[in-house]
Design a protein. Structure first.
Lengths: 202, 236
């Protein structure tokens, strides 16, 4: 089998994030992915977005929905498409999920790069698995703490921070291929463990 | 004469409960500067005597809140998930329930589940919020009572990370602590979400006054809030 390079994208389960998916499933971004040697794109797009996702794929042109081309061993795929770039003759497999109950193992087994919404749960899923991560902030949310956490982690060189626009995503994708992030330190902490014991005995 | 007796008795009772309130609410406590220099071994020995009798109540809020608490449970599995412990799991969405179930497979703990109605949906209107908050109030009281009964006379911890439902639960814990004057402390540990760097979440702002221990994960917040809060670095 040819070597595979996979981008995993998660939009989170709680709030939909259409701007991110709409910017990803564009000819520009897809071509950028192919240029950087990717041949798989897995997107967890959130509940109720399936039809919209299929529509975006159809709009790309040059896609076939032939399940036989599906080369990854993934369960519960909602949507599968194979995109072919006419210039280079290279292809990209696109897999869509509304929701994944065990997102960690999918990331662990498949992802070479992760793009995640700025929810702490999703950020930690990738960091704890030591996968390079691009964090995309949803600017439509109630408050700006997602922006803060993305900026903070980016300033510590644990992640790349980006916005849900095609240009910003392409810049981060290129950056992720040339710049190395620092490893996120383990969270086990003996003083906190002792503190928990101390409190439990009160 | 009888009136005077009743009145003075009443005053004594009132005074008693005021004193009780002052002793159980953290806002009236003074907090020492955080010192980590505790006798680790002595503490561990003391803990071992209770071996596997720890009762832990976690409320899995959803999404990121659930994620953070599950990581904490895993990171401190030696203490929190040691065999024979009882874990009381409060949840309001099926996803959190499934995730915990998956995690629990690897450990030999007794698990009890409590399904809660969500106190406030992200982006819900005020009226819907009020209605669901009332529902949560009523249902959760029974659960908290049950959990406190189970935690009697045994080491116990209540771990919260958000969201809003935790405020209601903490309130019930503290109310029961007030009503039953000789009962043990609730041992509520609130861990503010990693997402909060410069300011507290709404839940954090409320629990700042109620939780027995208040943990933040960023130094910026610790500096802002002072000795009331503790900081151990990133925990998740």
């Amino acid at each position: 089998m040819v070597s595979s390079k996979t981008l995993f994208v998660t939009c989170g389960a709680t709030v939909p994030f259409p701007q991110l998916v709409e910017s990803l499933i564009t000819l520009e971004f897809i071509n950028c992915l192919i240029l950087n040697g990717f041949n798989n794109l897995i997107v967890q797009f959130g509940k109720g977005y399936n039809d919209q996702f299929t529509k975006l794929l159809k709009n790309l042109g040059n896609v076939s929905f032939d399940q036989k081309l599906n080369s990854l061993d993934l369960n519960d795929i909602q949507c599968f498409a194979n995109f072919k770039d006419n210039n280079s003759n290279k292809t990209l497999n696109i897999y869509g999920f509304d929701f994944l109950s065990d997102i960690q193992s999918v990331i662990k087994q498949n992802a070479d790069l992760v793009i995640s919404h700025a929810g702490t749960g999703s950020i930690l899923d990738s960091l704890r698995l030591n996968k390079p991560l691009i964090v995309c902030v949803n600017t439509n949310l109630m408050d700006n703490h997602q922006q803060q956490i993305a900026d903070k982690f980016a300033s510590m060189n644990y992640v790349f921070s980006t916005k849900p626009t095609v240009d910003s995503l392409m810049n981060s994708l290129n950056a992720s291929q040339s710049h190395t992030l620092d490893e996120f330190p383990s969270a086990h902490n003996t003083p906190f463990e002792n503190f928990l014991i101390d409190v439990s005995l009160r | 004469m009888a009136v005077a007796y009743i009145a003075s008795l009443f005053l004594v009772v009132v005074a008693f409960f005021i004193v009780r309130l002052v002793t159980i609410l953290p806002i009236f406590r003074t907090y020492e500067k955080q010192s980590h220099v505790r006798q680790t071994q002595a503490l561990l020995n003391k803990y071992k005597n209770f071996g596997g009798q720890l009762h832990v109540f976690v409320f899995l809020g959803s999404g990121g809140h659930t994620g953070e608490l599950l990581i904490i449970l895993k990171n401190y599995k030696n203490i929190l998930l040691s065999s024979g412990n009882t874990i009381h799991v409060g949840y309001s969405d099926v996803d959190s329930y499934n995730k915990f179930k998956e995690l629990a497979k690897s450990y030999d703990c007794k698990v009890k589940y409590y399904r809660f109605v969500k106190a406030r949906e992200v982006g819900a209107s005020k009226l819907t919020s009020i209605k669901s908050i009332l529902m949560t109030l009523i249902k959760s009281f029974g659960y908290v009572f049950e959990i406190r009964q189970a935690m009697k006379n045994t080491p116990h911890l209540v771990l919260f990370n958000g969201p809003g439902t935790c405020c209601i639960l903490a309130l019930w814990f503290k109310l029961l602590e007030l009503i039953f004057p000789f009962s043990s402390s609730s041992n509520i540990v609130y861990i503010e979400s990693l997402a909060r760097i410069n300011s507290l979440s709404l839940t954090g702002k409320v629990l700042y006054w109620i939780a027995d221990e208040f943990i933040v994960q960023w130094e910026e917040l610790k500096e802002k809030l002072g000795d009331r809060v503790k900081y151990f670095g990133i925990l998740v």
